[in-house]
Design a protein around this ligand. Structure first.
Ligand code: A3P
Length: 307
């Protein structure tokens, strides 16, 4: 059962965060963290496929051997492990301290903006994998996620959530994660300053095998073809849907309302077409065109474009 307190967002240094989960004094420590060459940060705007890349990293780290991930689970002091316990949020409570003490290689995820991340990244210490997704599908995925997660305000309706996402100085200034435009543009603008692999959710859907191979190469992970195939297999939507670690199935009912749906929901491109009205789509396109006019990467909006 979800708790009845209304969750609140705070803005810290231009970043929209969840009050009570993200503590500004901890977030401020991240910029000064000393990095190791083997550190990896997966960076995403919410609902862009964070858990998917967490899964790929975990499977690459174990060289495709699911048993070795399960053995971590067996010795864990926690009752249940989620992917986020194994590849944690650097901005989560207490995570900075854990990061400092963790053994190499340290793999983390974040929704933070570039300027809040370790400055050592710009000295090419550590690596970043940025995963971007078309924002119409993000909006829909985010809407359902808001209905599930007690730490995010339950939307009154899809239309209300759409307005919240689109209204403001720029997109989504009113939701957790802030502006999608700002997120993707600001990270992309630093892609040559840091060691970054820029991927899209849509290319992961289109050709997971190639994305896994490129990710392994980027990380310098040496896997045989069979091991890479196993990583791909463990990272398909079908298999992740059955993996409780990826599905947050055992997550506390106070935090996530399992009656409202599953974390691994549709896993496709173009579900926005089942939710947006023609007017909403046109309104969205107008803002997108204006904000992204100089952005060199194009997005895929419909599964038909790749099939
Ligand atoms: P949908 O709600 O559109 O299904 P995040 O981890 O950043 O919160 O992103 C969650 C979104 O990624 C969800 O989108 C989820 O279904 C999708 N996803 C996760 N793993 C996936 C996979 N293996 N294949 C396709 N989509 C995946």
């Amino acid at each position: 059962m979800a708790t009845s307190t209304i969750p609140e967002l705070i803005t810290h240094k231009g970043c929209r965060m969840i009050k009570g989960i993200h503590h500004p004094h901890e977030v401020d420590q991240i910029q000064d963290l000393e990095l190791r060459d083997s550190d990896v940060f997966v960076v995403t705007y919410p609902k862009s496929g964070t858990i998917w890349m967490q899964q790929i990293l975990l499977a690459l780290k174990s060289k495709g051997n699911e048993d070795s991930v399960q053995s971590v689970e067996r010795v864990s002091t926690k009752d249940t492990l989620n992917n986020w316990d194994l590849v944690p949020w650097i901005e989560g409570p207490g995570k900075v301290l854990e990061f400092v003490k963790a053994e190499s290689p340290r793999h983390n995820v974040t929704h933070l903006l570039y300027h809040l991340m370790p400055q050592e990244l710009s000295r090419r210490r550590g690596k970043v994998i940025y995963v971007a997704r078309n924002p119409k599908d993000i909006l829909v995925s985010f809407y359902y996620f808001h209905k599930m997660l007690s730490e995010l305000e339950t939307p009154k309706s899809f239309d209300e959530f759409f307005d919240k996402f689109i209204i403001g100085d720029v997109f989504s200034a009113a939701v957790f994660g802030g502006s999608w435009f700002e997120h993707v543009k600001s990270w992309f603008s630093h892609k040559d300053d840091i060691d970054m692999l820029f991927l899209t959710y849509e290319e992961m859907i289109q050709d997971l095998q190639t994305v896994v191979r490129r990710t392994a190469e980027f990380l310098g992970a040496d896997l045989t073809q069979d091991q890479l195939n196993s990583v791909v297999k463990q990272s398909t939507f079908k298999n992740m849907k059955q993996n409780p670690r990826a599905n947050y199935e055992k997550m506390d009912g106070n935090l996530i309302n399992h009656q409202e749906g599953r974390f691994m929901r549709k896993g496709t491109i173009g579900d926005w077409k089942n939710h947006f009205t023609v007017a909403q789509s046109e309104r969205f396109d107008k803002v997108f065109k204006q904000e992204m006019k100089d952005f060199p990467v194009s997005f895929i909006w419909d599964i038909q474009e790749i099939s």
